[in-house]
Design a protein around this ligand. Structure first.
Ligand SMILES: C[S@@+](CC[C@H](N)C(=O)[O-])C[C@H]1O[C@@H](n2cnc3c(N)ncnc32)[C@H](O)[C@@H]1O
Length: 269
């Protein structure tokens, strides 16, 4: 029952978010960032000519990154009201099939080379059916790559964000924007301090946040505070998500010391 409440409210929250933050400009939507997300398991070049899917496409930045990498066709899944933003933002619509469904409803194509789910499964309270659907949709030997919030490396951050989120996920948009503005300036200062001191999340600040435009930094703060459901995965839980879903050769990378990139392969037989 609570699965359903979390699911419906989280999808609604993202629908509202992407209707407000519609563009994917700058480093936030760049192939350079995509390369960083895929590393060390894949390079964008390896996706040329592939048939892929993305589960939880939001405003479409990953879809456009995949198009830039040269994929042949993408199935883009987005269940929220942001579906219209996604369809509008896609650069080569002839190469994309957009479906306004949840990840567990991904059709069992059985011929996809890769499926991606970037920043999505940690917002789904029961992700196992989504992993199962991804498994069915891949060809034997196909790969599922996911990116998740990590628990390890986020200790200090979580002591602040967890109590704050109890309040912020209930705030109306205009109040949340106001709070984001209050947090934004100390964050800019923190990024600068990271240049001189070995502070927590230094790797993330330098490799990701510093490269974002002010507008996208604000979106990232908003995105942390807005959704009803967000889970921070331990390494064990992150690997288990794919190994429990019958994926083999599951490999995991602690991206910038604060998050998990995990890849698994559908067995050949
Ligand atoms: C943080 S956004 C990530 C969007 C995109 N992958 C990106 O990196 O820009 C998470 C997205 O997952 C979607 N989502 C939430 N629950 C989902 C579900 N059960 N199945 C598929 N997508 C879901 C949300 O609507 C939202 O657009």
């Amino acid at each position: 029952m609570s699965f359903i409440r979390f699911k419906d409210q989280t999808i609604k929250d993202f629908g509202e978010q992407w209707l407000k933050y519609t563009d994917n400009e700058g480093y936030y939507g760049s192939l350079e960032l995509f390369s960083d997300i895929l590393s060390p398991f894949l390079k964008p070049d390896e996706l040329r000519g592939c048939r892929v899917a993305e589960i939880g496409s939001g405003a479409g930045r990953i879809v456009n990154m995949l198009l830039e990498a040269g994929v042949n066709h993408i199935v883009a899944i987005e269940p929220s009201d942001a579906f219209e933003v996604l369809c509008r933002n896609i650069r080569k619509p002839e190469k994309v099939t957009c479906l306004n469904i949840t990840g567990d409803q991904l059709p069992a194509y059985g011929d996809l080379d890769y499926i991606f789910s970037i920043g999505v499964l940690h917002h789904i309270s029961n992700p196992a059916p989504v992993v199962k659907a991804a498994f069915r949709a891949l060809r034997p030997g196909g790969h599922f790559l996911i990116w998740l919030y990590g628990k390890e490396g986020n200790g200090l951050y979580l002591t602040f964000i967890r109590p704050l989120r109890v309040l912020t996920k209930r705030l109306p948009h205009f109040l949340l924007v106001f709070l984001v503005e209050i947090i934004y300036w100390p964050l800019v200062l923190y990024i600068r301090l990271c240049r001189r001191l070995p502070l927590p999340l230094k790797g993330y600040m330098f490799s990701v946040l510093e490269k974002m435009s002010p507008e996208k930094r604000r979106l990232i703060i908003y995105d942390q505070l807005n959704p009803e459901y967000a889970k921070y995965y331990t390494k064990f839980e992150a690997e288990k998500l794919l190994s429990d879903g019958k994926f083999e050769d599951v490999r995991i990378h602690h991206r910038h010391g604060y998050s998990w990139t995990v890849i698994g392969t559908k067995p050949l037989t």
